[in-house]
Write a protein that binds this ligand. Sequence first.
Ligand code: SF4
Length: 487
Amino acid sequence: MGTPRPGGEGLPGPRRGEACGVAGFSVGGEVSPLLYYALRAIQHRGQESAGIAVFDGNRARIHRGMGLVHEIFSPATLKGLQGSSGIAHVRYSTTGLSKIEYAQPIVLHTLYGDLAVSHNGEIVNAAELREELQLKGLAFSTDLDSEVIVRLIAYELSRHRNVVEALKAAMRRLRGSYALAVLFGDRVFCIRDPLGIKPLALGRVEGGWGFASESVSFDITSGEFVRDVMPGEIVEVTPEEAITHHVGGEDVPAHCMFEYVYFARADSVIDGRCVYDVRRNIGRILAREAPVEADVVIPVPDSGRAHALGYSTESGIPLAEGIMKNRYVERTFILPEQGERVESIRIKLNPVRSVIDGKRVILVDDSIVRGNTMRKIVRMLKRAGAKEVHVRIGCPPIIAPCYLGIDMKTRDQFIASGRTVDEIGRAIEADSLAYISIDGLVRAIGMPAEHLCLGCLTGVYPVKIRGEKYRYQLTLDSYQTSSQVPP
Ligand code: SF4
């Protein structure tokens, strides 16, 4: 793969999931090469499928496929996407199956012009909206919440006959997380949900303006990242300018803490914070909160690198790359007849014995979800001669599902659910285990806790979700179901 997948407990196999990535540009020249490179920069956000839609002067042209961006697009396919405005998408399925019909952008041919939409996030009232639209006679071809968004916008377009009014009307109905790229005729818009849960960066490129899920898309296209799209903002990009049509953010945002801990590229800047700096801060704070006597700090590659550097700097214990990662095994499998001889973890990660043998090791990673992989890594280090393995984790225990776009859906999949830290430490066979505290994480990110979504850490969510606690509600009993919430 072009960009190594971050985190993910460092291994292939069942995945915890990634958010998707979106991009859109309006430029003086050809837009598809820019979109291609913008997608390459955010490939880590989704590797199942990718697509680009451009307006060719007459209608929307689209090319989508399964796999990585460079596998799907060639010079010939990009040449077939001629036009100066367009949007793009990389997908990891948080809802819906993994097949080509579910690749985005989704295109509809409306009476008023072609409409294409790419979506990163998850809509929590998608089922209600789908039913409402079906009762009005609309049909759906997938179970994607993203299809609900595009059909809702098309429906509002038929009512308002004005795309900006249609987008505003759709925003008023959608609940959940969304960073949207919208192509309507030759016009390109982006929208960030009112809580700013998912990141969205706005910038200049040669001959125009654009946006992408992460600021790194502007680095790769020799552009300039200008600012984050504000929560609740609708921005239209043209070759000359970026026009804000609407700002409808809630008073208190809820940026996803997991973007900083795990998802985003370390070289991205999100909501004014460099992700790499945040991860190093996490490591420093973790070293203060959970010190231990040891000889060497070792990151789980690539996910624990910046966290480990911070831990090493703060503790004064030297950092060493004690685990090497094979970068070319994302889609690997073990031959059935080799099953007993091949250790699945060693396909991807291998210890450097000279760094580990006889040492007391501090092993640092970004997060633990199920814990299976961490146990394998601890065992691997012990077999390589580690005297002790102390595990330090840069994300507090994940105890609750994410309903806002990350594929962590059931409580029983989390090793931290219903277990103490000591019990988890024993389960992963570590000599000691410590997580950064929620307070420490919030300080490392450097924004008030109320401005972050911490739902999977606390079980308290910034969006009303049936059966879960909402952030302004004092007890679960006072919960209103989403269908009772006024539109
Ligand atoms: S629940 Fe967790 S992973 Fe999901 S949006 Fe909130 S912080 Fe991010």
